[in-house]
Ligand binder design. Structure first.
Ligand code: PEP
Length: 251
């Protein structure tokens, strides 16, 4: 079985001025990394270039929070994969539930964004997750399989090599409610099974699947102890250097 390097990613969302972003990344550069985790931070676009500049030469990689599907054009306020890459991003989050629910990113739109990110060599952190209503209706796995099937449509395992998936139950994001370790493991195992069936066992074994949804310094250890949880995508606590450093150094 493939040994998967853990990933701890922080989504800074619409937080932090330039100065605050610089302070945070400087603090994270000094943090221990006893698990040799891949550390990724996703600042606002306004801080992307500065954070990438400050992170250069450290273990910290920088992600865009989203990219447009076109390389350039009349798309006021949007940021293209070319621009994100130019600013220093090596990764991009796609399909975060806030993008899906607030900005209307559908599976079809996300599929175009996946194509754009792949075209420019950005590593994708592809987010999937069910609402509370869908969970209560026992639709969790079918919803997630649909998001993967449609969002990644048309790409081969070879093209998707390096893909990172983040399972983020919508009801757990920013709510303080975390999936239990068993709930997370159940969905992560189902995602891996889906990847094995759709692509190959090798691809499924190599793909890192992160859990996101109110991950904290106090619950990260039990979540990371699950065999199919390969890392965390963190929102709120990614803004607090000591908390995020503790999450990076999960036990
Ligand atoms: C997120 O935004 O991806 C997230 C998981 O947020 P939080 O950790 O605050 O729930």
């Amino acid at each position: 079985m493939t040994k998967r390097t853990p990933i701890i990613a922080g989504n800074w969302k619409m937080h932090n001025t330039l100065a605050e972003s610089a302070t945070l990344v400087e603090a994270l550069k000094k943090a221990d990394n006893k698990n040799n985790a891949e550390i990724i931070v996703a600042p606002s676009y306004t801080s992307l270039a500065e954070v990438a500049r400050l992170a250069k030469g450290s273990a910290i990689k920088v992600a865009a929070q989203d990219v447009h599907w076109e390389d350039k054009g009349a798309f006021t306020s949007a940021v293209s994969p070319v621009q994100a890459k130019d600013a220093g991003a090596t990764h991009t989050i796609l399909g975060h539930s806030e993008r899906r629910s607030v900005f209307g990113d559908t599976d079809e739109i996300l599929n175009k964004k996946v194509a754009a990110a792949l075209r420019h060599g950005l590593t994708i952190i592809f987010c999937v997750g069910e609402t509370l209503q869908q969970r209560e209706a026992n639709e969790t796995i079918s919803v997630i399989e649909g998001q993967l099937e449609n969002g990644l449509k048309g790409f081969t395992a070879e093209q998707l090599k390096g893909l990172i998936i983040a399972y983020e139950p919508v009801w757990a994001i920013g709510t303080g409610k975390t999936a239990t370790p068993d709930q997370a493991q159940e969905v992560h195992a189902a995602i891996r099974k889906f990847l094995a069936g759709k692509y190959s066992q090798e691809f499924a074994d190599a793909t890192r699947i992160l859990y996101g949804g109110s991950v904290k310094d106090t619950n990260v250890d039990e979540i990371m102890a699950q065999p199919d949880v390969d890392g965390a995508l963190v929102g709120g606590q990614a803004l607090i250097a000591e908390k995020f450093a503790r999450i990076i150094n999960f036990n």
